[in-house]
Design a protein around this ligand. Structure first.
Ligand code: ZN
Length: 448
């Protein structure tokens, strides 16, 4: 009874103006929201067990009776992973007919993960986006220009759905060269600019050199950003840069920054969040269960992102709890200006390179402006410039997206040569992809 009342309040709130919605949602007591989440969690489990072959089989094999489960922890060591999506196939997760799909690449394989949805889910996410953009100050008379990659990616569609509700002007550039965007977008005088973080940084460099126009804010999503790069963007435009945190699997925003920019206010209406194997500081892998997905529910989905949950009140006054800044990935995948890269990417770059017949290691760092990818390669006689030339040829021939991002100067790629046997040191397991930015983030968190 309480849950259906809360659901009714939520339904009504999300269909009023964003201003009223914020106030209405703020009136729902935390305990009632929690009860609603539990009820949605139980419903998700029951539907999944009944209609999805993957969940039915998993629960059966583990002796899990979903009627007895009230809490995610009662599912023990049952989790869903990106590898499940890829190896078993998305079809086994479906509980209803899908009418749209998106894809995400990365982790340890070139095979994309396919995720299915209902188009009306875009409208639901759009309502929350509209609410959030309103909180950040976006109004009907604002003008938005976005440069999201429209190829199999969910973000441009969710944004468009949100802007439809806010009613503001919107022009979509797609992910084109930042310099071209600057020239063409300027004519529309956009007061808000949306794009991927590394792309937004490159655009800021152009704006710093050629002049910025008045902007209310910039919003970036799809990867992390260093605070030094954020400062560069904000200085160039004289406006804040906000980040959004989501995954294609979650269908857009798991959380979004407020004006305080200290973590992401989390979407507790649509997701149940947990931290897997937290350390002493509460930091571990973010795990979420979708509570409102009509087509492809994800139960205890492992995000591979390292962070912690923050329940303290934010200085901005918004009551929603937060996800702390993302520290990095648990697997060897790295999200950077190059794109989503894992060991297989570098193996493919080195395949057939003359002289690169021993170990290698990729190190991703940041020079204050953009990500720098250095591929360390062991070789007997080939020089670094020779290796570099071959690697760049393979980058152009085998990874058009990564090549394009390099053309746009979203990152730098360099190759260094090392004697055979030197990278591995004393026979230890060689970590293929090292994210130095992660170490930097950990250090700044422990000193905060
Ligand atoms: Zn806040």
């Amino acid at each position: 009874m309480l849950t259906s009342l809360v659901e009714l309040a939520e339904y009504a709130a999300l269909r009023t103006s964003p201003q009223v919605a914020v106030e209405l949602l703020g009136l729902i007591p935390v305990s009632a929201l929690d009860a609603m989440r539990r009820a949605r969690f139980r419903r998700t489990l029951r539907i999944a067990a009944r209609r999805s072959s993957f969940y039915r089989e998993q629960f059966h094999r583990r002796g899990i009776d979903v009627r007895r489960i009230d809490d995610p922890e009662q599912l023990g060591d049952f989790y869903t992973t990106g590898e499940d999506l890829r190896s078993i196939g998305a079809d086994a997760f479906l509980v209803r007919r899908a009418d749209t799909a998106f894809e995400t690449t990365g982790t340890t394989s070139p095979v994309p993960k396919r995720v299915f949805f209902a188009r009306r889910e875009i409208a639901d996410m759009g309502r929350l986006s509209a609410l959030w953009l309103h909180l950040l100050g976006l109004r009907r008379d604002d003008r938005v220009a976005s440069a999201f990659d429209c190829s199999f990616w969910v973000s441009p569609y969710v944004l468009r759905s949100g802007l439809d509700l806010l009613g503001c002007f919107h022009v979509e550039a797609g992910k084109i060269e930042p310099a071209e965007f600057y020239d063409r977008a300027k004519a529309y005088a956009p007061s808000a600019i949306f794009g991927e973080p590394s792309w937004v940084v490159r655009l800021a460099e152009i704006a710093a050199a050629r002049g910025a126009w008045p902007v209310k804010f910039l919003l970036a999503g799809g990867e992390n950003i260093s605070e030094s790069a954020r400062a560069l963007v904000e200085q160039a435009w004289g406006a804040p840069l906000y980040l959004n945190y989501g995954q294609t699997e979650s269908f857009g925003a798991l959380g979004a920054e407020c004006r305080a920019k200290s973590g992401y206010h989390r979407n507790d209406l649509y997701f149940l969040f947990e931290i897997r194997d937290p350390d002493a500081t509460g930091c571990g892998e973010l795990v979420y269960t979708t509570l409102s997905n009509r087509v492809m529910p994800l139960i205890r989905y492992r995000s591979s992102d390292l962070t912690r949950l923050v329940d303290d009140r934010c200085s901005c006054g918004i009551r929603m709890a937060r996800i702390a800044k993302i520290l990095g990935r648990c697997d060897e995948m790295v999200v950077c200006g190059m794109g989503n890269v894992g060991p297989w990417v570098f193996e493919e770059l080195l395949r057939g390179v003359a002289g690169a017949d021993a170990d290698w290691q990729a190190v991703i760092g940041h020079d204050g402006r953009r990500d720098v990818v250095i591929l360390h390669v062991e070789t007997r006689s080939t020089s670094a410039p020779q290796l570099r030339a071959q690697v760049l040829t393979h980058l152009r021939e085998r990874f058009s997206d990564f090549w394009r991002n390099r053309d746009m100067q979203l990152y730098e790629l360099d190759v260094t040569a090392h004697p055979v046997g030197s990278l591995r040191g004393h026979g230890r397991k060689l970590r293929r992809v090292v994210d130095e930015r992660l170490m930097e983030a950990r250090a700044s968190m422990s000193s905060a």
